[in-house]
Write a protein that binds this ligand. Structure first.
Ligand SMILES: [Zn+2]
Ligand SMILES: [Zn+2]
Length: 357
C-alpha cells in the first residue's frame, strides 16, 4: 500500500476544542518505524490536563502543535534502518512514553519516569501521538499485539489497562480478595475487568455518574455499585461481613473517594491510588497505622509488564475493546473529545480502516 505524503492530524489548543492540521507523513530514521494508525483511544488525562486548558507541567506538559493521542495501536508499514525485531506488517501497541533508554528508570522499563529532560517524550504530549493517520515511533517503544486481539484492544493496553495492571500487581489480586473500585470511568472499569480476570469474586464500585454505574453493572464488571456518598464505607462493610474489602483501588482522584478506599479496607488490607491529581485527608493513626494498612501509588507501568499483560488478556479470554462505547472516524475527532469530556460514556476511540464499525 502506497504511503501518502500528507496526513490529517488532530491537535488540542486547550480551549475545549480540537484543531485539525495537515502534516508531512514522517519518514522513519534509524531504529524508528512508521505506523498506520488503526485505533487511538482517549484517556482521562487528555481531558484533565490538555483538552480544557494546558495544565500540565514537566512530563504532563503538552507541547502546542503536537498531534494528540497517547493510546495508539496500529500496523507497521515502514521499518527504518537498524530495526532489530519489528518489521512491516507487524501489529503493534505503542508504550506511550519514549524514554532515553539508559537512565535507571528506563532500564527498569519504566520510561514513564525517565529522568532525561532531553530525551523523555510522551506520544501525544511532547511528540506527535496517535490522533493522525500515521505515527512515527521508536522500535524500542513497541509491544507486539497478539493476533487474538483487535487494534482497539491494543489501544486500551497502551495506557489504561497497562496502568491498571501495574497497580493491581502491586497490591496483588486473587480469589481471596473482595475489591472496591472508586471511580468507574474507563480506568475504573478496566480495574474491575482485570480484578475479575485475576480471580476476585466480589467487586464493588462507586461513582457519581449514573451512566457509569449502569455500565459497570450491565457489563457484569461490578457485583454491586453505589452512587458516591457518605454511606459508601458502611455499604461496603455490609457486603463484607462488617470487615471491609481486602483491596481497594481509587480511580477517581476525588478526596472523599480516596478516604472511602482507605476506610472501607479491612485490617492488613492494601489500597492503591491510580487516579491522578487532587488531594486527600485522613487520620494516619485511626485510618491506616492501627489497622496495619498499606497505601500504594502507581504510575503507568513498565514495558515488560505490558508484554505480559497482552499475553494474559488472551489467556483470560477478556476483551478490553468491550469497554469502548463510542467509535469515531478521525474527521469526527472533535465529537469524540467532547463526549469523553462529558463523562457520559465508557471508553471513546478514534478508529481507522477495519476498526470503523
Ligand atoms: Zn493515558
Ligand atoms: Zn530514561
Amino acid at each position: 500500500m502506497a504511503i501518502p505524503k500528507k496526513m490529517a492530524g488532530a491537535m488540542l489548543p486547550g480551549n475545549s476544542t480540537v484543531e485539525m492540521g495537515y502534516f508531512d507523513v514522517p519518514v522513519p530514521g534509524h531504529g524508528e518505524v512508521l505506523i498506520k494508525m488503526k485505533s487511538s483511544t482517549i484517556c482521562g488525562s487528555d481531558i484533565r490536563a490538555i483538552y480544557h486548558q494546558h495544565l500540565g507541567k514537566g512530563p504532563e506538559g503538552y507541547q502546542k502543535g503536537k498531534i494528540a493521542g497517547h493510546e495508539p495501536c496500529g500496523q507497521v508499514v515502514q521499518a527504518g534502518p537498524g530495526c532489530r525485531r519489528f518489521k512491516d506488517g507487524d501489529r503493534v501497541i505503542v508504550y506511550h512514553i519514549s524514554g532515553c533508554g539508559v537512565c535507571n528508570d528506563c532500564r527498569r522499563g519504566y520510561m514513564i519516569s525517565c529522568t532525561s529532560e532531553q530525551y523523555r517524550k510522551a506520544y501525544g504530549w511532547q511528540r506527535d501521538g496517535g490522533m493522525a493517520e500515521y505515527l512515527l515511533a521508536e522500535e524500542k517503544d513497541l509491544v507486539l499485539l497478539p493476533k487474538e486481539l483487535s487494534y482497539s484492544d491494543g489501544a486500551q493496553v497502551a495506557c489504561g489497562f497497562g496502568t491498571v495492571y501495574e497497580g493491581l500487581e502491586k497490591i496483588g489480586i486473587s480469589g481471596n480478595d473482595a475489591v472496591l473500585v472508586t471511580g468507574l470511568g474507563p480506568v475504573g472499569l478496566a480495574t474491575a475487568m482485570l480484578a475479575r480476570a485475576m480471580g476476585a469474586k466480589l467487586i464493588i464500585g462507586t461513582d457519581t455518574v449514573a451512566e457509569r454505574l449502569a455500565l459497570a453493572k450491565d457489563k457484569g464488571l461490578c457485583d454491586y455499585v453505589f452512587p458516591s456518598g457518605p454511606d459508601n464505607v458502611e455499604q461496603v462493610r455490609q457486603l463484607t461481613g462488617g470487615m471491609g474489602v481486602e483491596k481497594a483501588i481509587d480511580c477517581s482522584a476525588n478526596d472523599k473517594a480516596r478516604l472511602t478506599c482507605i476506610q472501607a479496607t479491612r485490617k492488613w488490607g492494601k489500597i492503591c491510588f491510580i487516579g491522578e491529581g487532587g488531594t486527600v485527608t485522613f487520620q494516619p493513626s485511626a485510618d491506616i497505622i492501627h489497622d496495619q494498612k498499606t497505601i500504594y501509588g502507581s504510575w503507568v507501568t513498565n514495558i515488560w509488564r505490558m508484554e505480559e499483560l497482552v499475553e494474559r488478556i488472551v489467556r483470560w479470554g477478556i476483551r478490553p475493546e468491550s469497554l469502548i462505547t463510542h467509535r469515531f472516524a478521525l474527521d469526527k475527532v472533535a465529537d469524540a473529545y467532547a463526549l469523553m469530556a462529558s463523562g457520559k460514556c465508557g471508553k471513546v476511540a478514534v478508529v481507522f480502516d477495519e476498526e470503523l464499525k
